[in-house]
Design a protein around this ligand. Structure first.
Ligand code: NAD
Length: 515
């Protein structure tokens, strides 16, 4: 595959269909998708459902290849691949397929009196050609999750998997096109150079998952064409634990969230805020739990993932020297594994507290109260996820009302991403926009407000007040008519109809009686 710049465009690494040979420029790929979108083929419900079914078939029939690829890229255990990627995607696919016909119907919001005789509707229009850029840590979920919303929305899609999970990218690029409409959906592989070039092309929507710093680059590139974006970014997701909780269950849930994919999860608990007393009990519990999870040691555990690259391995080992190691702290550069590590006596200005960790290191910062924890959190960027472990309702409410974050889970970690009907996304530095289920469909559709009016005398007569010549009378009448009042509830129409029929019937009887 060539990567050199061509005089009439860029020759990227594009894998298309079975032979994985056919090369096209990015421009040609986007052009083909645009042509397909213009033909209208992606809009019918039947087509969208077929494509969703095709995607599900890909996940089922290529499961072994995908599991193998994720093992190669990240050393992920099969259960983790199924639990946190494939099964989640299948669940969302089925939910979308079951509900799509309902979502596609134009919404009819409540009407005001002024629009009594009008049709007031909201259509969900596809944007057109959409670019989805994925991250490496969940190479399937983060690429194909948004893809589901984009297909459901009736768009054509260019998928750009992360170059840092090359086996997964190759598996997706080789097999996925066999299951889908090839004009409408294409996979484009490559790294920074390719992504930079892709971003020079005009898309109708860009959905990016990755770091905050690259998110800014994507946002800037999109602004050139005023392309709307969703940015699913990262950051430091805090955990607060108070002294009311069962420390063993709490530690188990926090460590599971931290150790999943060796901490390389965007919503992994990044650091822990608790009192000194809770810290001591947490560390005691953590020793037992890590033994339960990984037995002899993570280096030999089949359940432990490796760090994605040498650069990230070195970056993480550099953080281990912050504070004092309470548990773990060992790394194996050959295997690129780092044991689960808990750091105590960490200072807020240590490296491990200044950057998103994105690895199996959990620093603990001591605070004496929930309020102190909230002050600490709100001084930093808005987190992608916030975790609070408490039995106290007032503490829970304090966090819910006193902080802003993408999502919150009380008394657990990670599980909000697996919860149906919750939007998933960041706020501030952790991102903009959200997806999953109906939220994904909404993200990938433009909400087009439609007003339908009649041209008959009944509609036209009252309109005289808006036409010149203007007068004080018309002005007053216009203010009265357009003043905000409660919307007309649906049941009103029924009652008005029943009342109208009753009156008509009474008049009819009267008329017959009178001959
Ligand atoms: P990244 O930002 O380095 O890369 C993401 C994508 O951007 C890749 O496809 C890459 O090719 C491209 N890219 C990288 N540098 C670029 C540049 N200079 N110009 C143009 N494109 C560029 O992120 P990553 O290392 O793949 O993922 C880790 C980060 O992503 C973490 O911060 C993590 O928190 C975040 N993340 C967020 C979510 C979420 O759902 N919010 C999920 C996973 C990861």
């Amino acid at each position: 595959m060539t990567h050199e710049v061509q005089p009439n465009g860029y020759k990227p690494f594009v894998i298309d269909v079975e032979e994985a040979k056919l090369e096209k420029t990015h421009e040609e790929v986007v052009e083909a998708a645009r042509k397909s979108f213009k033909s209208g083929k992606t809009k019918p419900l039947k087509f969208r459902l077929e494509q969703l079914k095709g995607l599900e078939k890909f996940l089922t029939e290529c499961e072994n290849e995908l599991v193998k690829a994720l093992d190669q890229d990240l050393g992920k255990h099969r259960q983790e691949v199924l639990m946190t990627e494939i099964d989640l995607l299948k669940h969302e696919l089925r939910q979308t397929a079951m509900e799509l016909s309902k979502w596609l119907k134009p919404e009819a919001p409540p009407k005001s009196w002024v629009n009594f005789l009008d049709g007031v509707l909201v259509y969900s229009d596809p944007y057109g050609v959409v670019l989805v850029i994925g991250a490496w840590n969940y190479p399937l979920l983060l690429l194909l999750g948004p893809f589901i919303g984009a297909i459901a929305g009736g768009n054509c899609v260019i998928l750009k998997p992360s170059e840092l999970a090359p086996a997964s990218a190759k598996t997706i690029a080789t097999y996925l096109p066999r299951y889908l409409d090839r004009d409408s959906y294409q996979v484009v592989c490559g790294g920074v150079q390719e992504t930079t070039h892709l971003l020079k092309i005009q898309f109708d929507y860009i959905f990016f998952t990755g770091s905050t710093s690259v998110g800014k680059i994507v946002h800037q590139a999109a602004s050139k064409f005023l392309t709307p974006v969703t940015l699913e970014l990262g950051g430091k997701s805090p955990v607060f634990v108070d002294d009311t909780v069962d420390i063993v269950t709490t530690a188990r849930r926090i460590l599971w969230g931290k150790c999943l994919n060796a901490g390389q999860t965007c919503i992994a608990p990044d650091y822990l805020l608790c009192s000194k007393n809770v810290e001591e009990r947490f560390i005691e519990a953590a020793k037992t739990i890590l033994d339960e999870f990984y037995g002899e040691g993570v280096k030999v555990s089949p359940y432990w993932s490796k760090i994605v690259s040498e650069r990230h391995y070195k970056r993480l080992m550099g953080m281990v020297s912050d504070g004092e190691v309470a548990i773990g702290g060992f790394g194996d550069p050959m295997e690129r594994t780092i044991t689960p590590t808990i750091l105590i006596n960490v200072k807020p200005d240590d490296l491990v507290m200044r950057e998103e960790i994105f690895g199996p290191i959990l620093p603990i910062i001591n605070v004496n109260s929930a309020l102190e924890a909230i002050n600490f959190i709100t001084e930093g960027d808005k987190p992608l996820a916030l975790y609070v472990f408490t039995k106290r309702k007032d503490v829970k409410d304090l966090f819910l009302n006193g902080t802003s974050s993408g999502n919150v889970t009380i008394n657990d970690t990670i599980m909000h991403i697996m919860t149906e009907n919750l939007p998933f996304g960041g706020v501030g530095a952790s991102g903009m926009g959200n997806y999953h289920g109906k939220y994904g469909f909404d993200t990938f559709t433009h909400k087009k407000g439609v007003l339908v009016r009649g041209l008959g005398a009944l509609t036209e007569k009252p309109q005289f007040i808006r036409y010149p010549p203007y007068s004080d009378f018309k002005t007053t009448l216009s203010s009265i008519v357009t003043a905000k009042r409660r919307s007309i509830p649906g049941w009103w129409f029924k009652w008005i109809l029943v009342f109208g029929l009753g009156v008509a019937f009474a008049y009819g009887v009267q008329w017959v009686r009178n001959g």
